[in-house]
Design a protein around this ligand. Structure first.
Ligand code: SF4
Length: 340
């Protein structure tokens, strides 16, 4: 089982490699990938340096080119594929079928993965990508329960990768319009949910206390009391008044942690675990990668000894991950939905 870790810059890439990632995914510093934030990602020179470092340590590099190009900007996406190919990345992570077609025609030697943004949730969709574009692996959206993942894996014509840890993006990925609705920009086409230029933080006095208001393009989406921790504001994790009650009516700010599911995911023949967080710091990447490396290694050792049923995640690992999580809490997310 491969551990696939995020890198938003060269120090994060080093942190992932040095702490045991098998593969690192990253993107260019433009809107061709779904983490397009100022100061983040790689230009051609830093990309070359990063790939060199990873390859010298026998790790793979996956290039995320997973936003949807528009007619007038197609050249930029095509160029991203060409750059990644020229630097000999190990796989391209893409969602849009025109990019899959282009990569297949022009760089058939490079593995192609279906991005989570492609939102493939059934066997017929997976078959389509294999038959038409020879896709090697699909990253499954975080809306599937464990049972659904297992059923899909039984018949999947390609390798499957699932998210193991990180912030949740719960709407049908690649199809969420909440950010576009408020800011005219979304992760799907511009690479950023809640683009920074639309975010405003403002201190206010309310009931004699200093509170912090968060607005997205002028629209109030949350208020934080002095004792509350704040996270990056996305519309899905705002607090709204519904029938007289103000609460996280769409999604709680919490992070996925599927470490306890390693035996079940391995039994389902899941080939890779992905860690979300290209926007996170190198220290975050180092800690999360290190903990997950230890967990996977413990599980694989137990499996080798035929004692995989005895695998248990260390309480200290879960504690470390909880401290790094949104809202300082973790969840199994959709994995544990019993009603699906
Ligand atoms: S609004 Fe929420 S669900 Fe939609 S893309 Fe942003 S983070 Fe994901």
């Amino acid at each position: 089982m491969e551990l696939v870790c995020p890198a938003g810059n060269y120090p994060s890439l080093k942190a992932a490699v040095d702490n045991g990632a098998d593969a690192i995914f990253m993107g260019l510093n433009d809107d061709t990938n779904a983490r397009h934030f100022a100061g983040l990602n790689f230009n051609t020179r830093t990309l070359e340096k990063a790939i060199d470092y990873a390859h010298r340590h026998n790790r793979k590099v996956f290039m995320a080119i997973n936003t949807y190009p528009q007619q007038e900007s197609w050249g930029r996406w095509k160029n991203a594929v060409d750059v990644a190919a020229s630097l000999e990345v190990d796989a391209l992570i893409m969602a849009d079928i025109s990019l899959h077609e282009y990569a297949l025609q022009h760089h058939p030697e490079i593995n192609r993965h279906l991005s989570v943004q492609g939102s493939a949730t059934n066997v017929e969709a997976l078959k389509f990508y294999v038959e038409n574009f020879g896709i090697k692996r699909a990253v499954l959206p975080r809306v599937l329960s464990l049972k659904q993942v297992e059923r899909l894996a039984e018949k999947s014509p390609m390798e499957l990768e699932v998210f193991g840890f990180g912030s949740l993006c719960i709407m049908a990925e690649g199809r969420c319009h909440l950010s576009s609705y408020l800011t005219d920009e979304s992760p799907n086409t511009c690479g950023a949910c809640s683009p920074a230029n639309a975010v405003r933080w403002e201190e206010k006095t309310e009931n004699n206390a200093t509170i912090l208001e968060t607005r997205l393009n002028g629209v109030l989406i949350d208020k934080f009391q002095p004792n509350e921790t704040t996270g990056y504001p996305t519309l899905c994790k705002g607090r709204f008044k519904v029938q007289g009650h103000t609460f996280h009516s769409l999604e709680e700010p919490t992070s996925l942690n599927a470490m306890d599911l390693l035996p079940a995911l391995d039994a389902a023949d899941i080939k890779a675990i992905k860690i979300e967080g290209r926007q996170r710091s190198p220290a975050y990447v180092a800690k999360v990668t290190s903990v997950w490396r230890q967990a996977i290694d413990r599980f694989l050792r137990a499996k080798q000894n035929g004692t995989e049923d005895s695998y248990k995640a260390d309480a200290q690992w879960s504690q470390t991950l909880a401290e790094l999580s949104e809202g300082s809490q973790t969840t199994l997310g959709a994995f544990h939905r019993s009603w699906q």
